[in-house]
Design a protein around this ligand. Structure first.
Ligand SMILES: *Cc1c(COP(=O)(O)O)cnc(C)c1O
Ligand SMILES: [Zn+2]
Length: 426
């Protein structure tokens, strides 16, 4: 067997149609690699593609013949063409629920759909983004998958690494809720509690990336962030395909760092440019919890800059006080004619219960945020109830049981009919 040198073991990186990294601020291009900030202006790098060879009709047929997961869109993602044959969790192709009962309750006549990402392998949307980062990690020869997380991401990374045969080492604040710790630890990777808050965890990870101790490590949301972020485009692709290759008129998206919202917009624009959907106006609405609402606050004040906040809300998966993509979210909401709104913790709980009781979908707090904001924007006359509207539920309610802990027994009775009648249940 030939002995490979390091150089020949890492030939030109094959990440399918991904051609380079390009700075979102100044357009400076660099070759594909595990970097995330522009060397010229420190702006965020994102993937630039070469889609020039695609014919719309051929591409549509190829997608429709693809697997029932995100890899049906492999021709539009930074992944090798044979990605579906590699061991990974195959997330995506989650249900787009025609939410007629909720529509009736909210007075929506133009069609209301819930894109239910609780159906992903680790029960949140994070499996989509981690799957892209995993392919980048393979391409760059990393052997350890890592991240800083407050919950959902830790589980998604642990599971993806287990399946793909990577080592995983995930960093979380040491005092996270027991449920989230178990959810992240059960996949057998290393889970390290950092004595500090999420910001301290992030700072530590940045230090580790620059140190020899972090060599061979792919941090999905740091040095692999440009690849990771592209996974959110698959939400846009799926929604359009599930609507019959049609853009939604309005879409309501939760905001943590704002990455998901900006990449959903990127995905929708790509489908228009590729000729896969008709070019019609669409509006993107951002949703936050009042207890962590830096982007909605800036939107309402007409500001271009997002002032950081100290989060205090039950919607912990969205609790990023200094969202990296905040300014881009403001641009997109304004350009498309959308808005960014927030709801209180009480409104989040109400909305979780509303969605559960009308559609049988148990959402995590992030889903309570989007449904609550949808209701608020309809009542305010901002969302048009006569248009097709898609609301994202990005996680499973079992992840945030505490939020609805007050919900329980209707009655406690003795095991006889008399007691049943006495309780007024007959
Ligand atoms: C991470 C996450 C989001 C979106 O996060 P962004 O940083 O804005 O991309 C939304 N919902 C849930 C449940 C999440 O875990
Ligand atoms: Zn730049």
């Amino acid at each position: 067997m030939a002995v490979q040198t390091v150089a020949s073991a890492t030939p030109t990186v094959d990440l399918g149609p991904a051609a380079a990294l390009s700075c979102r601020e100044c357009g400076h291009r660099v070759p594909l690699g595990p970097v995330f900030a522009c060397e010229e202006c420190f702006g965020p790098l994102e993937i630039a593609y070469d889609f020039s060879a695609y014919d719309a009709e051929e591409l549509r047929q190829r997608i429709e013949a693809g697997p029932a997961n995100i890899w049906r869109y492999a021709p539009l993602l930074p992944v090798p063409a044979d990605v579906a044959d590699k061991p990974n969790l195959n997330p995506g192709w989650t249900k787009l629920v025609d939410a007629r009962n909720l529509a009736r309750e909210l007075g929506v006549t133009g069609g209301l759909y819930v894109k239910d990402d609780s159906g992903n392998p680790t029960h949140s949307f994070k499996d989509r983004v981690v799957a892209q980062a995993l392919e980048a990690a393979r391409a760059f020869g990393f052997t350890t998958l890592s991240c800083s997380s407050t919950g959902n991401l830790a589980g998604a990374v642990g599971a993806a690494a287990a399946r793909a045969g990577f080592r995983s080492c995930v960093f979380i604040p040491h005092d996270l809720e027991q449920g989230k710790v178990v959810m992240a630890a059960v996949y057998g990777g290393e889970l390290v509690g950092i004595q500090g808050n999420y910001d301290d965890v992030n700072r530590f990870c940045s230090e580790l990336i620059g140190d020899p101790a972090g060599e061979g490590w792919g941090f999905v949301n740091v040095n692999l962030r440009p690849y990771y972020a592209e996974g959110s485009k698959t939400l846009a692709y799926e929604v359009c395909e599930q609507l019959g290759w049609r853009l939604p008129d309005q879409i309501v998206v939760p905001i943590a760092s704002g990455s998901q919202l900006t990449k959903i917009d990127k995905g929708l624009r790509e489908l228009v440019e590729l000729g896969l959907v008709e070019d019609r106006p669409y509006k993107i609405f951002g949703a936050q919890a009042l207890g962590c609402s830096p982007v909605s606050t800036a939107f309402k004040a007409g500001h271009d800059v997002v002032r950081p906040q100290k989060p205090d809300t039950i919607a912990k998966s969205l609790a990023i006080g200094n969202p990296a993509d905040g300014p881009y979210v403001l641009d997109i909401a304004r350009r498309t004619g959308g808005a960014v709104e927030d709801v209180t913790d009480a409104e989040i709980v109400d909305a979780i219960k509303l969605l559960a009781r009308t559609e049988g979908i148990f959402a995590e707090t992030a889903g309570g945020v989007t449904v609550g904001v949808t209701r608020k924007l309809i009542e305010a006359g901002v969302l048009d109830p006569t248009l097709t509207t898609v609301v994202l539920n990005t996680g499973d309610g079992l992840k945030t049981l505490d939020a609805v802990a007050g919900t329980g027994l209707t009655a406690t009775i003795r095991p006889n009919l008399e007691s049943f009648r006495e309780a007024g249940l007959a």
